[in-house]
Design a protein around this ligand. Structure first.
Ligand code: ATP
Length: 207
């Protein structure tokens, strides 16, 4: 699947967050969004996930307008955005078993938890995990399932040094498998993964 933006303009209230953005992100490529707090990175991701309409121009994912309400779109586009959550009463093992069932995927749960350094937290409820462990579980939840496009909003949040290294590997595996990855970050080393960089600036007043 390809991500294409043509003359894209996105507004928030009475300001333009971005304007006249053209992009063509091909399978196996990574687009990294950078910019200060409030510059519009999360909003851009919401537009790509079909949660918000562009004010100008078009954005397409796999040739169609994004629509998070559409089941076939959600099966191909995996997103970890600001408001993503998990079931606090479920353990990491239960989360991954549910994921495998939902997607008809035969997941090697033990290997996935080992890879995410969650093996010794496999059977405690997610609500009692540390912030970094919760983030690892959320990242597993969006990357252990099949996808063609992966959207990540500041995925490095709460991760320790080893966790950030794991995240870098996860992103490389996703692009290596031919997925489009779009991520917003304040962690400059993740720019090393970028085939395209969209640097957002201060919002401009709309007239
Ligand atoms: N629904 C909305 N209505 C009005 N303004 C909004 C709305 N959603 C976001 N904004 C504003 O748009 C701007 C961009 O917000 P956004 O969350 O996209 O920035 P960001 O680059 O992801 O920031 P951060 O680095 O802090 O996560 C902010 O000023 C925010 O207050």
């Amino acid at each position: 699947m390809e991500l294409v933006a043509d003359g894209l303009g996105v507004r928030a209230g009475d300001v333009w967050l971005l304007r006249e953005v053209d992009l063509h992100v091909r399978p196996g490529e990574c687009l990294v969004l950078t910019g200060p707090n409030g510059s519009g990175k999360s909003t851009f991701l919401r537009v790509v996930y079909g949660m918000q309409e562009p004010a100008e121009g078009i954005v397409t994912v796999g040739g169609a307008s994004p629509d998070e309400r559409d089941r076939s779109f959600r099966r191909r586009v995996s997103a970890l955005l600001d408001d993503s959550d998990f079931f606090a009463e479920f353990t990491p093992v239960q989360h991954l078993e549910l994921l495998g069932t939902s997607f008809g995927a035969d997941l090697d749960v033990d290997a996935l938890l080992e890879d995410a350094a969650l093996a010794d937290r496999a059977d405690v409820t997610a609500g009692s995990l540390s912030a970094g462990q919760r983030r690892r579980l959320l990242l597993l939840g969006v990357t252990a399932r099949p996808f063609d496009v992966l959207l990540l909003d500041e995925p490095e949040r709460a991760l320790d040094v080893a966790g950030k290294g794991w995240l870098t590997d996860v992103i490389a595996r996703a692009t290596g498998n031919g997925a489009v990855v779009v991520l917003a970050t304040h962690h400059p080393p993740l720019l090393d993964a970028a085939d395209h960089v969209l640097e957002l600036g201060a919002p401009e007043p709309a007239r």
